[in-house]
Design a protein around this ligand. Structure first.
Ligand code: FES
Length: 133
């Protein structure tokens, strides 16, 4: 269970969560999942840029561009549609981040994947240039 209070994740922050995917199967593998809110809705993707196999926030604590229109990998700046995970940069165009099912229920953000085990939670980050004041 993620059990993150929904109010803790606003449009300016994101969290990352270490999880075990396919936790009940021989295919079990550890992954870091990026969770954020975009235009009011919560999304989650495996935090793994397909360009050079890095987390999107590997170079700085940011996963969006300055206008918060695109998810943006901090390594080389490749951009992704926040609501689909599809890459819009030429080298990886058409490939997509792996989506993880997530929902808001009774004031909590919860993972909806059947075989996912939360290993560690990394608190909300504030996007650069934005703050909660
Ligand atoms: S590793 Fe993500 S853009 Fe290069």
């Amino acid at each position: 269970m993620l059990d993150l209070p929904a109010e803790a994740l606003d449009e300016t922050s994101f969290v990352t969560v270490d999880v075990l995917l396919h936790s009940q199967t021989p295919r079990a593998r550890q992954a870091n999942v990026l969770v954020f809110r975009y235009q009011g809705r919560v999304y989650a993707y495996v935090n793994h840029c397909m360009h050079m196999q890095r987390p999107l926030n590997c170079q700085e604590d940011a996963v969006f561009d300055a206008e918060r229109r695109w998810l943006r990998c901090s390594m080389h700046g490749f951009i992704f549609e926040p609501d689909t995970g599809i890459c819009r940069s030429p080298v990886c165009e058409g490939q997509a981040l792996q989506a993880v099912k997530v929902a808001e229920e009774q004031g909590l953000i919860v993972f909806k994947e059947k075989q996912l085990q939360v290993l560690a939670f990394h608190p909300a980050k504030v996007a650069p240039g934005q703050n909660h004041d």
